[in-house]
Design a protein around this ligand. Structure first.
Ligand SMILES: NC(=O)c1cc2c(N)ncc(C(N)=O)c2s1
Length: 319
């Protein structure tokens, strides 16, 4: 192939492998047999080995970086990553609802989402390409863990639209991966991790991306930095649907609720069912869905007034 044909083939392979990878890892609906995927990846790796200048930063071959980092750079979040106020009882939830109705003057629609027990993460894309990933840190300044986040297969390296966007999510370790990791550590005489959250945090703080890649981490994306209205949506639930369309993995147990009674019912369901999930949750996030209502409610010094996190009691540890 001449240079022009080579460049065309590399672009084609990048696009195909991004689409096949998304279908396989995020949608669980493979578009091609594994052997075809592997063969295309081998073709791309061979061309990249011969032509390093044709290696795109977001090439599917670049998920697991080679070099071991000496440390993590600092990242200043363009939009602070806020923490949520907590609710611990039905009384707390009804008081939250009263405050919301008093401030907005009407019955609002809520959206309830599972509160993933992992590590809050920010992902930055420019023209649809993944350029930086960071931890929450103190909410204003986090650590640059781009190399480790690239190893998470459900984090798209290229979006379905060439948008520049900053999204938030929770990186986590599935329960099964946690059990397997601790068994491996036990065999090696290493300290087990106390829980999947610590295991995910420990894995994302590894300086060698190959270790992070071996830990089978996952992520649920749950919001757009700043107010999602910048992307044409008028509610949080619309922005989650938009994130799905862009190629992100969002959690589909979410539910819009027309009243705090429905919110309480939804929470009751998950207090019962949380043990059936493949990942740990430590509560339910309740948000006012409509962005105009959120705008009217605003923020306290520390938290949005339009959201609260209902916290589950700590699970009894099965000895
Ligand atoms: N601290 C926060 O703002 C949040 C933390 C979390 C979490 N751990 N899991 C899910 C959501 C969500 N779906 O909004 C949020 S929001």
């Amino acid at each position: 192939m001449d240079r022009m044909e080579l460049e065309k083939r590399v672009e084609e392979l990048n696009q195909l492998l991004h689409e096949y990878g998304h279908a396989y890892y995020s949608l669980d609906k493979p578009l091609v047999p594994d052997a075809v995927y592997d063969q295309l990846m081998q073709e791309l790796l061979a061309i990249e080995a011969e032509n390093p200048d044709l290696i795109y930063p977001d090439s599917p071959s670049q998920r697991v970086g080679g070099e071991i980092l000496t440390g993590f750079g600092k990242v200043v979040h363009e939009f602070p990553m806020l923490s949520l106020s907590n609710a611990f009882s039905e009384v707390d939830l009804r008081e939250f609802d009263k405050r919301v109705q008093a401030a907005t003057g009407h019955q609002v629609t809520y959206i309830c989402e599972l509160k993933i027990d992992g590590l809050a993460i920010s992902l930055k894309y420019v023209d649809g390409r993944f350029v930086q990933g960071s931890t929450r840190g103190d909410g204003t300044v986090g650590e640059d863990i781009t190399a480790n986040l690239k190893t998470i297969r459900t984090i798209p390296l290229r979006l379905n639209e060439p948008v520049s966007i900053e999204v938030r999510g929770e990186a986590y370790m599935p329960k099964k991966s946690f059990v397997h990791l601790n068994a491996t550590r036990d065999e090696a005489g290493e300290e087990p991790f106390a829980n999947p959250r610590n295991a995910a945090a420990g894995s994302l703080r590894q300086l060698d991306p190959k270790i992070a890649a071996s830990r089978n981490l996952a992520i649920f994306v749950y919001g757009i930095g700043g107010d999602g209205s910048a992307y044409g949506q008028d509610s949080h639930s619309d922005s989650l649907d938009a994130l799905d369309t862009l190629g992100f993995e969002t959690n589909h147990e979410r539910k819009r609720c027309a009243s705090i009674d429905e919110v309480i019912d939804y929470i009751g369901k998950w207090v019962e069912n949380r043990s059936n999930l493949e990942y740990e949750i430590d509560g339910i996030v309740v948000k006012v869905d409509n962005f105009e209502d959120q705008e009217q409610l605003g923020f306290t010094a520390r938290n949005p007034r339009w959201a609260t996190a209902f916290k589950f009691p700590a699970e009894e540890v099965m000895t």
